[in-house]
Design a protein around this ligand. Structure first.
Ligand code: AMP
Ligand code: GLY
Length: 423
């Protein structure tokens, strides 16, 4: 079968790498893709949000399955677009419909969902410009640090954690009244601060059945020791060593099961990945967010550990027969180290030639922000490439990733050298 992946990051390169191992795949397309996907699939230079252009490609290339990488097209309703089009409605789309994608598109909606289904999460209240005074009064009843969240999609920047009450009140006003995050902060969720260590749990569902996939931990800050600005993710480790079987059982019964059952009860059609962001508070999981897609760079460590034929798994998702699939997981640890452009997550230059890739041995290199320029691989984004390795434990796997990262070079390349420091 011919398959199209939407997206252009490390997540999509990893999906492409995994799908090309399937004997069921005939031809793979990635839109728009990067230099890594160009080497194993055909890149199509169209935007993930240009549904009409996607339709043309699907029909002209005889594509029968579309896998949606990022959240944007899902929140914009790409799955619904397919279902509502007479020529496209039989095409399998992996990714939830718009109503369910609101779990990521609106934090307020996600909180209400968790309340309704008794899923453990931080206590909260939501406010709008009309209720700014009530919001500021609510802040006074809380202890620092104060957590303010823009309701809508804000490119990963919409969460503020503030130590000072007066600053929190000012920021609340900036978000609600001065549209600090545009329409994304028309509503703001104020929630209780959760003190604990973070991890992510990945679930694949066909809307009826589900499979729990490996856990992962992402390193979001640019600086060593988890300092400095937030990034898209500087590296990841899977499995998370502190996620014991007992803790995983709690995640399963308290979070995963009620989430999937809640989707069914609320009539939120979902065929795709659920990425559950958790904080371990004491011995208990609490949900901090839902994402309606795989994480990046979590995908770069989660997918290599899955031993199944991914085309077969996705077919089962499309046909709602996921109960007939047994997911097989490699029990080794996988780690990935993200190399980034100097200056990222602030301003950075693009077009730097990347060398040394041919010297990498014993690791997988997944391209994130790269492109081809006269047959040369050059940088084309903040996060440039992720180097994934396996090991008996995370230290061994990381040592391998770092050994290979050091063979790769581009002007002003940066990466975190302390992944796993907190484990
Ligand atoms: P989110 O966009 O919801 O993932 O939030 C971004 C980051 O803010 C998370 O990865 C956490 O590190 C942090 N965060 C979000 N909510 C809370 C909370 N209630 N308590 C503590 N940290 C939080
Ligand atoms: N690595 C975090 C994310 O994909 O949202």
């Amino acid at each position: 079968m011919n398959i199209l992946i939407l997206g252009s990051g490390g997540r999509e390169h990893t999906l492409a790498w995994k799908l090309t191992q399937s004997p069921k795949l005939t031809k793979l397309f990635v839109a728009p893709g990067n230099a890594g996907t160009a080497a194993i699939a055909k890149n199509i230079p169209i935007s993930v949000n240009d549904f009409e252009a996607i339709k043309k490609v699907v029909l002209s290339e005889g594509i029968s399955m579309v896998i949606v990488g990022p959240e944007d097209p899902l929140v914009n309703g790409v799955h619904d677009f397919f279902l509502n089009d007479i020529d496209l409605k039989k095409i399998a789309v992996i990714g939830p419909q718009k109503a369910a994608a609101t779990l990521e598109g609106s934090k307020d909606f996600a909180k209400e969902f968790m309340m309704r289904h008794n899923i453990p999460t931080a206590a909260y209240k939501s406010f709008k410009a009309e209720t700014l005074t009530e919001g500021q009064a609510f802040l006074e009843t809380l202890q620092a640090p104060y957590v303010l969240k823009a309701d809508g999609l804000a490119a990963g920047k919409g969460v503020l954690i503030l130590q000072d009450l007066e600053e929190a009140k000012k920021e609340l006003s900036a978000m609600l009244v001065d549209s600090k995050f545009g329409t994304a902060s028309t509503t703001v969720v104020i929630e209780e601060f959760l003190d604990g260590i973070e991890l992510s749990c990945f679930v694949l569902t066909d809307g009826k059945n589900y499979k729990v996939l490996p856990t992962a931990k992402d390193y979001k800050r640019i600086g060593e020791g988890d300092t400095g600005l937030n990034t898209g993710g500087m590296g990841a480790i899977s499995p998370v060593p502190f996620a014991s079987q007992e803790f995983m059982d709690k995640i399963h019964t308290q979070v995963v099961k009620p989430t999937v059952n809640g989707l069914v009860k609320d009539n939120l059609p979902y065929k795709g990945f659920i990425f559950i962001g958790l904080i371990k508070v004491g011995d208990n999981p609490k949900v901090i967010e839902y994402n309606v897609r795989l994480g990046d760079p979590e995908t770069e460590v989660v997918l290599p550990r899955i031993q199944n034929d991914l085309v077969e798994v996705f077919q089962a998702v499309a046909n709602q027969t996921l109960d007939q699939i047994e997911i097989k997981i490699d029990d080794r640890t996988a780690t990935t180290v993200m190399t980034v452009s100097g200056g990222y997550p602030g301003g950075y230059e693009k077009g730097k030639e990347i060398t040394g890739l041919e010297k990498v041995e014993g690791s997988l290199v997944f391209h994130a922000g790269t492109t081809l320029e006269d047959d040369k691989v050059v940088t084309n984004g903040g996060r440039v490439m992720a180097v994934t390795s396996f090991g008996a434990n995370f230290k061994e796997a990381l040592a391998k990733s770092y050994e290979n990262v050091e063979k790769i070079h581009f002007d002003k390349m940066n990466y975190r050298k302390d992944l796993g420091f907190d484990l």
